[in-house]
Design a protein around this ligand. Structure first.
Ligand SMILES: N[C@@H](CCC(=O)N[C@@H](CS)C(=O)NCC(=O)O)C(=O)O
Length: 202
């Protein structure tokens, strides 16, 4: 498999999942600014949507959208329990969290990286994110991970987007459960490996 990624972008989530699962893959750098690969290939010819992540399967099929990719990957190695079996209530809870991270967090961070967004608009998104993190902080009370004591795919996604908070002025340092979650996930060997390989850690 090939994972098209950009360092520190939302593609870190499937990157973490691949390393947690121990599945072999080739990382392929795709610039989110120039939309080119290192060899000059126009990334739009690979993903017409232009964004990362994209997973290319060994049979050449291409899968996009982070929440779909992480579920696909985790389903390839069910013994690792990174996702609950399809049809169980636990699976729907994980989908519920993936959707929350995608629509309420990820897409509220996106305008904060957009130089065309006026500061006033950015402040609206910062405040919205702070409200969502207040909820998350309550949800993480007494838990190690979103689903309880077991790390699963939404945790990789939540970790990835929450890592952006200090870069874009979202102050959640007072959210102790969220901070503890971040430290706990950051300490996982697969997460360290993924971050090192993307140049995010020395
Ligand atoms: N809906 C997509 C959004 C992916 C996305 O926002 N990717 C960003 C990086 S975090 C990107 O590649 N942006 C560059 C672009 O849109 O051209 C998903 O959930 O996978």
């Amino acid at each position: 498999m090939k994972l098209y990624y950009s360092p520190g972008a939302c593609s870190l989530s499937p990157h973490i999942v691949l390393r947690e699962l121990g599945l072999p893959f080739e990382p392929v750098l795709a610039s989110t600014k120039t939309h080119k690969l290192l060899d000059g290939t126009d990334y739009y010819t690979i993903n017409p949507k232009g964004y990362v992540p994209l997973l290319e399967l060994d049979d050449g099929q291409r899968l996009t959208e982070g929440p779909a990719i992480v579920q696909y990957l985790a389903d390839q190695a069910p013994a690792k329990s990174l996702v609950a079996p399809a049809g169980t209530m636990a699976r729907y809870r994980q989908i519920e969290w993936l959707n929350f991270v995608s629509t309420e967090l990820h897409k509220s961070y996106s305008p904060l990286f957009n130089p065309a967004m006026p500061e006033e608009g950015k402040e609206v998104y910062r405040q919205r994110l702070k409200t969502r993190y207040a909820y998350l902080n309550e949800q993480l009370e007494g838990k190690s991970y979103l689903m309880g004591e077991t790390f699963s795919v939404p945790d990789a996604y939540l970790f990835t987007v929450t890592n952006w908070a200090p870069r874009v002025g979202v102050d959640i340092t007072d959210r102790a459960n969220v901070q503890a979650f971040m430290a706990r996930v950051a300490a996982r060997p697969a997460v360290q490996e993924a971050m090192k390989s993307e140049g995010l850690l020395k």
